[in-house]
Write a protein that binds this ligand. Sequence first.
Ligand SMILES: [Zn+2]
Length: 72
Amino acid sequence: MTNKVYKNKRLLKALNNFRKESGLPDIVVKRRRCLKCDKHFTSLGIWNRLCEACTRGNKQEDTVEPYALGKN
Ligand SMILES: [Zn+2]
């Protein structure tokens, strides 16, 4: 997902309505400081406290190589 959608307020509102129905927290676009590297980044909500680079770093730990299994 790109950050472009979060700059479109009407789209963001629609997205938040949908998230509310799904029981998910609202997206609140705000400049926050990353908890890990202290860099300022665009946060999408209170649950989003790590910058993009650190989030990616976290996720890499449990990324499974999808093509590692099977055909040889
Ligand atoms: Zn960071």
